[in-house]
Design a protein around this ligand. Structure first.
Ligand SMILES: Nc1ncnc2c1ncn2[C@@H]1O[C@H](COP(=O)(O)OP(=O)(O)OP(=O)(O)O)[C@@H](O)[C@H]1O
Length: 277
């Protein structure tokens, strides 16, 4: 296991911002930690980094207690908002972080190429767009080929092309055996990018599984629209009813049939609702 959270609670000013939370992350997994603002995602990441200790429970990273030297060196972290020295070039910035990780300051051309910054490496960060700064942040997180990559809201504010690229890099890291944990506000954009989703609300885990499993668990109906006898029809139907209803509609001569599965936002809202109930 890359990460083991074992009955972890973190209390700030008498309030549990992470409450009795347990899960384990495996090598090669891309896992999304999904929850509203204040759900406790960053606090969990901070405990994995060893920046703060759990009030109770254990956080284990790569077989050691979170924050131990060996675990820290095998970790890559991209904070939610990256701030760099604007006067440094990209290359100087990466060199600085490499030294902090105990790596040589130079010789990171492959990393610049990987994040698409080869041509800008020697320009000051001041001249970088938001997307370019995020790429530099990602390059910093990838230094030293981490076995655990923690990305806090990595796609917020990114355009779709850059988002796709980021997910491409994430998939490649996972193929090479790294565990990637991404935190996110929304399920929607994770479709196809995270094989497992952990939904947290007010510090508690309320769902954990693949998107298909969460879809099944939520059991929300799909919406079928069609035209039957000249009139538009809208039918809500469960997964199990789909084949029968479709057959009957086709037999009855329905046309313009479209089937809309519940969106990931619907599923997310369902879990939040069921927790509040
Ligand atoms: N050092 C701290 N002292 C007191 N309260 C804190 C501290 N750090 C976080 N909190 C509180 O803990 C709760 C969880 O915060 P956290 O940053 O983990 O949430 P999050 O899910 O990452 O949210 P966001 O998406 O806004 O980053 C919030 O209510 C926050 O105000």
């Amino acid at each position: 296991m890359t990460v083991v959270m074992d009955r972890v609670t973190k209390t700030y000013a008498g309030r549990d911002v992470v409450a009795d939370l347990s899960y384990a992350l495996e090598p090669g997994q891309v896992v999304a930690l999904v929850g509203h603002n204040g759900a406790g995602k960053t606090t969990q990441i901070k405990m994995m980094l060893g920046l703060t200790r759990p009030t109770s429970g254990q956080v284990e990273v790569l077989g050691a207690r979170a924050g131990d030297r060996a675990a820290r060196r095998a970790l890559g972290y991209l904070p939610e908002s990256v701030q760099f020295h604007l006067g440094f070039s990209g290359r100087e910035t990466l060199g600085f972080y490499a030294r902090l990780k105990g790596l040589p300051a130079r010789g990171h051309d492959a990393l610049f190429a990987r994040v698409g910054l080869s041509d800008a490496a020697d320009r000051p960060v001041r001249t970088y767009s938001k997307g370019m700064r995020q790429r530099l942040g990602l390059a910093q997180a990838l230094l030293g080929r981490p076995r655990l990559l923690l990305l806090d809201e990595p796609t917020s504010g990114l355009d779709p092309a850059l988002r796709r690229e980021l997910y491409g890099i994430v998939a490649e890291m996972a193929r090479q055996g790294a565990t990637v944990l991404l935190s996110s506000h929304a399920l929607t954009e994770l479709d196809g990018h995270a094989e497992r989703v952990i939904v947290v609300n007010r510090g508690r885990k309320i769902a954990d599984g693949t998107l298909d499993e969460l879809r099944r668990l939520a059991g929300l109906p799909s919406r079928l629209r069609c035209r039957l006898d000249g009139a538009p029809r809208l039918i809500e139907l469960s997964e199990a009813e789909k084949p029968r209803v479709l057959r009957e509609l086709l037999d009855a001569g329905a046309s313009e049939i479209t089937l809309e599965d519940p969106s990931l936002d619907d599923i997310y809202a369902h879990f939040l609702r069921s927790e509040a109930a």
